[in-house]
Write a protein that binds this ligand. Structure first.
Ligand SMILES: [Zn+2]
Ligand SMILES: [Zn+2]
Length: 287
């Protein structure tokens, strides 16, 4: 498992990955009902280097947060699962990860974060927004505005048994730190949301632009590099499979045409690289 903190530069902007956890040897069908280990292994480039799949084609997935330093801004994207949360998946429920130690070691004090961006409100993208203080859940990033798109505040898409709304979202609204924004909002300093719905209704990806260079942070319109080659593989959590499939094709095409640095939110080991056309589909070239 790789939990190393890594950074990439985009013009004058820096993107840093702080890892919460990686899980290897997952049978692909656990996340992709149409997928099989043989189907993954059929794409030799996915197995190269061993970061994304083992030799049999069983996959590795990562949970990481991304910190963007743009001008005077320090923006946190998708702060992972968190500790002590009440969640349906046993490997996420009531965890005790050293994430905030890694976050501090990377040079980020919680009060330095001025903006928290959520690609969507699944449990693994909002966890560190709050932490337990006695019997209460309180915001972690007390100097930040936390941004939510309209389409994500209907919690009917949450996994049954996940206490995302009560433990991770409502305490932020109660503290007056929440802003509800459009799904194509310009956040300033070269940061702009791009609607990428389907996985969830209000799902967004994030463009980062500086000095003529660009990066695209995926969120969950794509979960694993193999979906570049298999864009029709739905993920088990996709709320609207047809729309999610259409979005994957559209966003992969845009990513390839843009030449942007692509950062896969759940990509393990080497999460940043380029999406390039490969016949009618795509492949991912890590940097
Ligand atoms: Zn998700
Ligand atoms: Zn996710």
């Amino acid at each position: 498992m790789s939990t190393e903190t890594r950074s990439w530069t985009v013009g004058d902007t820096r993107i840093t990955s702080v890892v919460e956890d990686e899980t290897a040897h997952i049978p692909p069908e656990f996340f992709f009902p149409a997928g099989t280990a043989e189907g993954v292994a059929a794409h030799a480039w996915v197995l190269d280097g061993g970061d994304w799949a083992d030799a049999d084609g069983n996959i590795t997935l990562r949970v990481q947060a991304l910190v963007i330093e743009a001008g005077h801004r320090t923006v946190l994207v998708d702060p992972c699962v968190g500790n002590g949360k009440t969640l349906a998946l046993p490997f996420w429920n009531d965890q005790d990860w050293p994430f905030m130690d890694r976050f501090a070691a990377a040079g980020f004090a919680p009060e330095r974060i001025d903006t928290v961006v959520h690609t969507h409100l699944h449990a693994d993208h909002v966890g560190w927004d709050t932490h337990r203080d006695g019997d209460d859940w309180v915001p972690t990033f007390t100097s930040a505005r936390y941004l939510y798109t309209h389409g994500e505040l209907d919690f009917s898409n949450a996994m049954a048994g996940d206490a995302v709304e009560t433990e991770s979202v409502r305490p932020v609204f109660a503290a007056g730190l929440a802003d509800v924004i459009a799904d194509d909002a310009d956040l300033g300093d070269g940061l702009r949301l791009e609607p990428s719905p389907g996985h969830t209704p209000g799902h967004v990806s994030l463009w980062v632009e500086s000095g003529g260079a660009r990066a695209l942070i995926s969120g969950d319109f794509l979960h694993h590099p193999v979906q570049c080659a298999e864009p029709d593989w739905a993920e088990v959590g996709d709320a609207d499979e047809a729309l999610a499939r259409e979005t994957r094709h559209r966003m992969l095409r845009i990513a390839a045409e843009s030449g942007a640095l692509f950062v896969g939110t759940h990509f393990a080991g080497r999460p940043a690289g380029r999406v390039v056309a490969d016949g009618a589909v795509w492949r991912f070239l890590p940097v």
